[in-house]
Ligand binder design. Structure first.
Ligand code: NI
Ligand code: MN
Length: 224
């Protein structure tokens, strides 16, 4: 499967002709280099409904017919726009023809631009035999270790930018807790408050022996 970073917390997963988007914040994303209109999707997964994650979700879902999976309250708001939604809550798993997606706890806050208050989530995604844990926006907390106890995580996608989430030093600890052999950093350098030194993050994680860090360029792809 292929994982393409679209900038910030937006990713595209492709396997066997299926395309899944995570947190497709594209149009107002200063880091994005693609246009939202160019993206295809069979499913869109949201960690939470902050604007830098909800982004272009409704437009892309309406154009492509993609199903949107989000936490109950956000799914309710999006569903009212006429988009097909899956309204899992924390701990819940949705099954797809191509795999599954479970929502996990994340330590963050959540209100959509329209005012829907909700609990943010992480995502455990199984696709093409690969287990990906996108922690979503979160602080460092010990339960990041739990998803990997059920089934080992192959790839962890974690925020490192600080200010709104854990910073790169806490993210080094998080990488150790999650225990995935590969870590892809996200949610950094998009805006001035979340500028960080991604190469320092990479060296510290790799020096600790926790994981190999794959630093993607925006629009760059990692093949798992
Ligand atoms: Ni957020
Ligand atoms: Mn965010």
């Amino acid at each position: 499967m292929e994982i393409r970073w679209l900038g910030h917390a937006a990713f595209e997963l492709k396997h066997d002709g299926v395309t899944v988007l995570i947190d497709p914040f594209i149009t107002h994303n200063p880091a994005a280099t693609v246009s939202a209109d160019s993206l295809e999707a069979d499913a869109i997964l949201l960690t939470h409904g902050h604007q830098d994650h909800l982004g272009d979700t409704i437009d892309i879902a309406k154009r492509t017919g993609a199903t949107v999976q989000a936490i109950t309250e956000v799914a309710g708001e999006i569903g009212a726009e006429g988009v097909e939604v899956i309204d899992t809550n924390i701990g819940g798993t949705a099954s797809y023809a191509w795999g599954s997606v479970r929502l996990t706890p994340a330590w963050h806050t959540g209100t959509t631009p329209k005012g829907t208050v909700h609990t943010p989530a992480g995502l455990v995604i199984e696709m093409g035999g690969v287990v990906i844990y996108d922690t979503g926006d979160t602080a460092l907390f010990s339960d990041l270790a739990l998803p990997g106890r059920r089934k080992p995580i192959d790839i962890a996608i974690i925020p490192i930018g600080g200010h709104y989430t854990m910073d790169r030093e806490d993210a080094v600890v998080a990488a150790g807790l999650i225990g995935a052999p590969v870590v892809i950093p996200q949610h950094y350098d998009t805006f001035p408050p979340i500028a960080t030194d991604v190469q320092a993050f990479k060296s510290e994680v790799e020096a600790a022996g926790s994981a190999r860090v794959e630093v993607l360029e925006v629009n760059g792809t990692y093949t798992a």
